[in-house]
Design a protein around this ligand. Structure first.
Ligand SMILES: Nc1ncnc2c1ncn2[C@@H]1O[C@H](COP(=O)(O)OP(=O)(O)OP(=O)(O)O)[C@@H](O)[C@H]1O
Length: 703
């Protein structure tokens, strides 16, 4: 197969050989596959009643059966923004009464979609029912516990809850009472059915008491004020709108309660994301959902002034922000300049309801007050950590904890989102929440965790391939073969553009770009089709590359882990791990840049050489688990059992050594990013121009 044929399929070349601009995306081969945003539909054993269709479901234009979505192209350009819903002076539309499902029905639907809710803190009461039905239930539960055997599993089972699932987006308005405008904005996105994470999280986050109204077996104390929430759900499963909808709804509700008008903006929600690319993507999504509501979603930038309170820094009272982790060089290098920005009292306060930020940018603002003081954000009611496991990883921990500490409202709720969540991060979160509620003297809120599918092994809907090459030059050759396969016998599955190539360091990304940039013939667009993006580039260059890749102009984007998390490129067909990711979580996030919203046909190719073998086992395990989830057999799979068995389990000592070698690379990346940041500052001073912050690279999470 010739690359030219593949690349030019569906793409018209204009006369001057210019790359096609926006609008080509839906004609790229990527638009072909039919997405099913829901990943799981297990048949559930006929325990109790079968799922009933609501009598009015047919009237609900959004409650479509899954089969009906086959002709929907979720990657087509979205509809233009909706018109604001007419003012509420007119009589509100009559609300339809929708029956809540009973606990058994909820249990069945949640199981069928592999949604598991566990209470991580407090002790939910298991009701002591006298009646026959309840004792039957208890019997069944005890039997199940006996079967599971281990104590740990028993505890887990007892703490499970079965809230109402969101069966259609129409229920947002009809059961969970979100504003008609917000409901219209969701509907304008063109989504037909909620994904699993949306199905599970939205009822609990919007109206927790309603969501658990029919839950008879477990009582969750303290739920009236809401819950803290951790969601672990596959990449590309729509977590962004899942935290944005309740955020906007919360602002609107409080505005109504307090009688604030549309222009009365109070910073109520802070969303933290690890990179600038992800933060601005969240702002875009938020603004689409907030159209016509008056809710302002703003990206935190250098020089933006927020309504913060200045308090005296109390020495020795910094246990949340401190820890074993040392201050990163990045922090130190930025401090003096940010001090100046924070002290700029001349700028007006920003009018913000929802602030989206990278950790460092906001922390720089908070620590930029008078010496010996810090600034706090007492009006914030909700803190959202997107990619929470990396935000609480030592690289970002100090900064994230600093922000959390600044959200001093006693009722502040925390929600954490990621496709991967190690148990040490979970316990860090629950311990911190416990400490905070003790300190504030408030009734602790429950901490609820939702896991969709298999925790940490979640890229079930794509093809995975591990390719061994004996040497480094062999790797480059193999990548070229993927780009220009000469026969069907060539190794690896066909890789169709657009695709992302991940390397471990900035230097390697640059070097690979130099190697590949002339590999696309001029007739197909030439060197502009191959681009590189990493954190030592300027913000402006990064944004330009992002825009060109999204528009379908760039077909091969070479990058580092800076794009591994959260970034949603419509229709990315493939991911190449030119360098093996150093952890299972790293693999999940990189591979998850393809196959978004349940779309099939994505391919993740991972090259490895002899030197990489110690890292391959954890990648191979993720692949095997993902394929098992997808019900694939060994023959069709990307990793053969013999290989999985043969790959060495790395001894602790060796892992430590290897880790330090990767740490060195990561440090090197950071040093490069710092150097670049200093260079940009110098440039800024010379140009007198103000630019926004940069984040360093991170090298993925260690197992
Ligand atoms: N119900 C839905 N049906 C179809 N597409 C959806 C639905 N909800 C969200 N999407 C789309 O799915 C894509 C992925 O969503 P999003 O970026 O929120 O995923 P994510 O779960 O945050 O992924 P990651 O873990 O990689 O950050 C987006 O393009 C979004 O518009």
């Amino acid at each position: 197969m010739d690359i030219l044929k593949v690349l030019s399929r569906g793409i018209k070349h204009n006369q001057k050989n210019k790359p096609q601009a926006a609008g080509t995306l839906t004609q790229l081969p990527s638009a072909g596959a039919l997405p099913r945003p829901q990943l799981f539909h297990d048949p559930v054993s006929a325990r109790g009643k079968k799922r009933k269709r609501r009598p009015d479901a047919q009237n609900d234009e959004q409650a479509v059966e899954d089969d009906d979505v086959s002709d929907v192209d979720y990657f087509a350009p979205k509809e233009p923004a909706v018109e604001p819903v007419p003012d509420t002076d007119q009589a509100p539309p009559k609300k339809r009464k929708i029956r809540l499902l009973d606990e058994d029905e909820c249990r069945q639907i949640l199981r069928s979609h592999r949604l598991k809710f566990t209470i991580l803190s407090g002790s939910p009461k298991v009701e002591d029912k006298e009646d026959e039905q309840a004792s039957k239930k208890n019997k069944r539960r005890k039997e199940a516990e006996r079967n599971m055997g281990e104590k740990e599993k028993k505890d887990d089972y007892r703490k499970q809850i079965f809230p109402q699932p969101l069966n259609s987006f129409g229920e947002l308005q009809h059961i969970y009472d979100v504003s008609p405008q917000l409901a219209a904005n969701v509907s304008a996105q063109g989504f037909r059915v909620p994904t699993e994470v949306q199905m599970g999280s939205l009822p609990l986050l919007l109206r927790p008491v309603t969501a658990l109204k029919k839950s008879k077996s477990v009582e969750v104390p303290g739920l009236e004020n809401g819950a803290h929430f951790l969601a672990v759900a596959p990449t590309g499963s729509g977590k962004t709108i899942t935290f944005l909808i309740p955020a906007i709804d919360g602002v609107l509700r409080r505005r109504a309660e307090l009688g604030r008008d549309k222009d009365g903006h109070v910073l109520e929600v802070v969303v933290v994301a690890p990179t600038r690319e992800l933060a601005s993507q969240i702002v875009n999504e938020g603004r689409k959902l907030a159209i016509g509501t008056g809710v302002r979603v703003v990206l935190m930038k250098r020089g933006l002034r927020l309504a913060a309170e200045e308090v005296k820094q109390v020495k020795g009272n910094d246990d949340e922000g401190s820890g074993s982790e040392k201050e990163s060089e990045d922090d130190a290098s930025e401090e003096s300049e940010d001090d100046k920005a924070g002290k700029d009292g001349g700028k007006p306060l920003a009018r913000v309801d929802i602030l989206v930020t990278t950790p460092k940018t906001l922390l720089n603002f908070l620590s930029g007050g008078k010496p010996g003081t810090r600034q706090i954000l007492p009006t914030v009611r909700s803190l959202v950590l997107d990619e929470a496991d990396v935000l609480l990883d030592p690289i970002f921990r100090k900064q994230t904890m600093g922000i959390w500490r600044a959200c001093t409202h006693p009722e502040v709720s925390l929600t954490c989102w990621s496709a991967t969540m190690a148990s040490n991060i979970e316990s860090l979160i629950t311990k911190q929440l416990d400490k905070r509620s003790k300190r504030a003297g408030t009734t602790p809120r429950p901490v609820i965790r939702l896991v969709v599918g298999l925790k940490d092994a979640a890229v079930p809907n794509i093809t995975h391939k591990l390719i061994y090459t004996a040497t480094e030059p062999g790797k480059l050759l193999a990548l070229r073969q993927l780009l220009h396969p000469v026969s069907s016998a060539d190794s690896g599955p066909p890789l169709r553009p657009p695709f992302l190539v991940f390397t471990q360091t900035i230097e390697r990304a640059q070097a690979l770009h130099d190697e590949l940039k002339y590999d696309i013939p001029l007739e197909a667009g030439g060197s502009v089709r191959v681009a590189v993006l990493h954190s030592s580039m300027t913000d402006r260059d990064r944004s330009k590359i992002m825009a060109r890749f999204r528009a379908g102009e760039v077909w091969v984007l070479i990058t580092t882990d800076v794009l591994a998390r959260g970034v949603d490129f419509a229709g990315v067909n493939g991911v190449v791990n030119y360098d093996v990711p150093t952890s299972a979580a790293g693999y999940v996030h990189r591979a998850g840049r393809t196959g978004r919203a349940g779309r099939e046909g994505g391919v993740a190719v991972t090259f490895y050489t002899k030197d990489d073998i110690p890292f391959v086992k954890s990648v191979a395990n993720v692949i095997a688990a993902s394929e098992k989830q997808a019900g694939k057999t060994e023959e069709g799979g990307g990793v053969q059992k013999w290989l999985l068995d043969a790959l060495p389990k790395v001894a602790k000592e060796d892992k430590r050594k290897l880790k330090s070698s990767w740490e060195r690379r990561r440090e090197h990346n950071r040093a490069q990013a710092i150097e670049a940041s200093k260079r940009r500052k110098r440039q800024r001073r010379e140009e007198g121009e103000e630019k926004v912050e940069e984040e360093g690279e991170w090298g993925g999470l260690e197992d």
